[in-house]
Ligand binder design. Structure first.
Ligand code: 5AD
Length: 355
């Protein structure tokens, strides 16, 4: 799809045309990844972070946040819950935990892989190639790292650099690919200073990166993050600024599906947060095929506050039941098995056949 056409869709307001976009995205979703909705058990095992990302409540500078890190035993209880609930994947997510010991992580991954049939997805921020290689060797299957925006100046404004880290997320995504990970990325929608041009370029990049997983959600303001100040400096013409709403998020999901037909695309928690009653359903009927129920123990869940008022701060069992009910209500089935992206499966088969 041409850049200008993506921009036109992002600006589209005609109901009949939008209905066609939703319909096309849903049809492409069905023929490429089927009617199953894969559930990924999300374990937010630490909210410690060494970074200062201007939008995020976990940023190191937020002294108001009580920090936690789950023990191995606690993490394993979540992993077992994922197995009991019939999930095919756990997602181990944390802030950019400064004390994360690469070998500890590797032992944890090995234990999950030895004791369960689960696929393991990591979402641990920017990490060195050595760490990524160690975890891959330990059995990690997938890695999620959003590039957040392809507008370099905007990226730098909201991600103060960390000395000693080169911070090139696109290069890291290539490294993940080379190491054989199933690779996921994505962006926030409606970052102050993000234009339609920027967002259209982001969506084009999903295609050229050949992503296996694409996660997108609206930017949600956090009172203890600093983006309020940054947004004043970043202010752009109101007509160019992308809104941080559910409609624009659904457009990005639908366009991502058309451009990357075989990717796994979640209806994200951020989408379910801006539209509590319908966000999940809208995502799943407009291109998405994945949902990530939160399995973090309830007493820690509120502390993983990347943005306020996060949806799904309920007991794991309730979260699970609600997800199931919503999936069945739209005539879809809960996925069984690992639910690898067909894009990844094909790429692996091709590399296996290359002499
Ligand atoms: N609003 C929306 N999304 C956020 N994220 C972090 N902070 C916010 C926020 N305030 C997203 C980022 C990150 C992912 C884990 O959560 O895109 O990559």
């Amino acid at each position: 799809m041409e850049h200008q056409q993506i921009i036109a869709w992002l600006r589209e307001s005609d109901q009949a045309r939008l209905d066609k976009l939703w319909h096309d995205a849903d049809a492409v979703r069905r023929s490429n990844v089927g009617d199953e909705v894969h559930l990924r058990g999300l374990i937010e095992f630490s909210n410690n972070c060494r970074r200062q990302c201007a939008y995020c409540g976990l940023r190191a500078g937020n002294k108001r946040l009580k920090r936690y890190r789950l023990s191995d035993t606690q993490i394993f209880a979540c992993v077992r819950l994922a197995v009991e609930l019939g999930y095919g994947t756990v997602v181990l997510q944390s802030g950019e935990e400064p004390a994360l010991e690469a070998r500890w992580m590797s032992r944890l991954i090995r234990r999950i892989k030895a004791e369960t049939p689960l696929a393991v997805t990591l979402s641990l921020g920017e990490r060195s190639e050595e760490e990524l290689a160690l975890w891959r060797a330990g059995g990690a299957d997938r890695y999620l790292l959003r590039f957040e925006t392809s507008n370099r100046a905007l990226y730098e404004r909201i991600h103060p650099p960390r000395p000693g880290i080169h911070g090139d997320r696109l290069a890291m995504i290539e490294t993940l690919d080379r190491l054989g990970y199933e690779k996921g990325s994505g962006v926030m929608i409606g970052i102050p200073g993000q234009s339609y041009q920027d967002l259209a370029r982001d969506i084009g990049l999903f295609g050229s990166l050949g992503l296996d997983m694409i996660g997108v959600g609206p930017f949600l303001r956090h009172p203890d993050a600093s983006l309020a100040d940054a947004s004043r400096r970043a202010a752009i013409d109101a007509d160019c600024q992308v809104p941080a709403d559910d409609l624009t998020t659904c457009k990005v999901i639908a366009l991502s599906r058309l451009i990357c037909p075989e990717a796994n695309i979640p209806a994200t928690t951020a989408l379910a947060t801006v539209n509590k009653s319908d966000g999940m359903k809208l995502g799943l009927t407009r291109g998405a095929n994945v949902f990530m129920p939160n399995l973090t123990p309830p007493e820690y869940r509120a502390l993983y506050e990347i943005y306020p008022d996060k949806a799904c701060i309920a007991e794991a069992d309730d979260t699970h039941r609600l997800a199931r009910r919503r999936i069945e209500a739209i005539g879809r089935a809960v996925g069984v098995g690992r639910g690898d992206s067909p894009n990844y499966v094909r790429r692996q088969a091709e590399t296996a056949h290359t002499p």
